[in-house]
Design a protein around this ligand. Structure first.
Ligand code: NAD
Length: 430
């Protein structure tokens, strides 16, 4: 294991990292953040980079690179997802870890922020290879993760199965009496293995709720509203599922393999069933037309849910977006220039750290359930997520109106002020 050196840990120019640092600095200026606390929050606390070998099915050995960046734990243990994707690198992990710090703070839950992953394209590996890669990375992380220290969760291309492998590996390396106490080392586990009912849908449910809150605020309903979604994985699918249930129409979808559209509406459940027999992809779905990827952004709709990767809404497509509302399911989907264009056009953006926080709130409930030996039920869980997210939506909206700032700035200000307060009360050791 290599702990990244101080020289390497200086944030380099990078799309996502630049984006989150600009957002942070803008809000920090707005609240006149204590300069000493700004110094602390600008950089992650800990950065871990691990090169580790894994035996492939054909007997060859491949060496993979995994990352875990722990940005801040002033409010509680580090918390954040693990992503398996070719774009994972130290700067992506730094940026995503920082967003987690603001997200957990804004959500009002007792966590800090972390993120990590492995640089790989999972479609190139068998299930048994992915299992060995996951278990070996978990073993190599050792005590850098832990149920009261740093708690990973699913993200792009990782899922409840991945979390079950991590939990099993982590627990198997503990002595017998300690073993069963460590299940909450990860959240997002399968329900049959310590997971929370509804954790699978909690991020998408939260995205839907935020769209609903905004729509209600406009004095409207979801009935007949049109939406497009980029990314039809965990977040994109579940957000679409709940929107369709309330009478909204999904008129366009984009994933890593292509884009489809149908102005009359695409049935969310049927498309999902199709992806299950089409290697996870929406491509060539018969009840919609295939369109060029660039044309997807220009589709006529009320809402646009980016639920894939970062930096997808840019100066190139922002001028052509028809939606009145962008609900950020993904982390960092809108870059600075794209955001400026949208705000100038009076398009509302519900920022990622609010919009997709249903996932980490669900994770917090799973962690509590495991920690306290309880069993919670689906209805009660969704009710609790709704209560928390509606309150957070109102808090961000009220702040934005009072200070005359956009929703992202408001969300960042609230999140950073909470951490600033913790440092002021606690002081800096020694
Ligand atoms: P996922 O792996 O389940 O799905 C990702 C989807 O994005 C897939 O449909 C994939 O085909 C698509 N995609 C990938 N690259 C693309 C590209 N270049 N263009 C268009 N589509 C592309 O991942 P997920 O868990 O749904 O996560 C999606 C986003 O939501 C990520 O930014 C993640 O950080 C964020 N998020 C996830 C959670 C969660 O609980 N899973 C919580 C908060 C935020």
């Amino acid at each position: 294991m290599i702990h990244v050196t101080e020289e390497q840990s200086v944030p380099a120019k990078h799309g996502l990292l630049e984006n989150v640092l600009q957002q942070f600095n803008h809000a920090a200026d707005q609240i006149k953040l204590n300069p000493n606390i700004r110094k602390i929050l600008e950089v992650p606390n800990t950065e871990i980079l691990i090169n580790f070998p894994v035996k492939m099915d054909n007997g060859d050995v491949e060496v993979f690179t995994g990352y875990r960046v722990q940005h801040n734990n002033a409010l509680g243990p580090y918390k954040g997802g693990l992503r398996y994707h070719p774009t994972v690198d130290i700067n992506a992990a730094r940026a995503l870890a920082m967003w987690m710090t603001w997200k957990t703070s804004l959500a009002g839950i007792p966590y800090g922020g972390a993120k990590g992953g492995i640089k790989l394209d999972p479609s190139k590996y068998s299930i048994s290879e992915l299992e060995r890669i996951t278990r070996r990375f978990t073993y190599a992380l050792g005590e850098n993760i832990g149920p009261e220290h740093d708690i990973p969760a699913p993200d792009v291309n990782t899922n409840p199965q991945t979390m079950a492998w991590i939990a099993d590996t982590y627990m198997s390396t503990k002595s017998t009496p300690e073993r069963s106490k460590n299940m909450h080392v990860v959240t997002g586990k399968p329900v049959g293995s310590g997971g929370l009912e509804g954790r699978d849908r909690s991020t998408g449910f939260g995205v839907y709720l935020m769209i609903r809150c905004w729509t209600e605020k406009m004095g409207e309903t979801l009935q007949g509203k049109k939406f497009i979604v980029q990314g039809f994985g965990n977040v994109g699918y579940w957000a679409s599922y709940f929107l369709m249930r309330e009478g909204a129409l999904m008129v366009g979808v984009q994933d890593a393999y292509g884009s489809i559209a149908n102005a009359e509406g695409i049935d969310v459940e049927k498309l999902f069933a199709y992806t299950q027999i089409n290697k996870g992809s929406i491509k060539d779905y018969a009840q919609a037309s295939s369109i060029e990827n660039e044309d997807f952004f220009e589709l006529d709709c009320d809402y646009f849910i980016p639920a894939a990767l970062g930096n997808q809404i840019t100066k190139d497509n922002a001028p052509h977006i028809k939606a009145r509302l962008i609900a950020e399911g993904a982390n960092g989907p809108t870059d600075k220039e794209g955001e400026r264009i949208l705000l100038d056009r009076n398009v509302t953006i519900i920022p990622d750290i609010l919009c997709n926080s249903g996932g980490v709130i669900g994770s917090y409930f799973e962690w509590l359930q495991n920690r306290n030996g309880e069993m919670w039920h689906l209805e009660e869980i969704l009710e609790r997520i709704e209560k928390k997210m509606r309150a957070n939506f109102d808090k961000v909206n009220d702040y934005a109106s009072e200070k005359n700032v956009d929703l992202r700035t408001a969300a960042f200000c609230i999140a950073i002020e909470r951490i600033e307060q913790a440092y002021i009360l606690r002081g800096i050791f020694p």
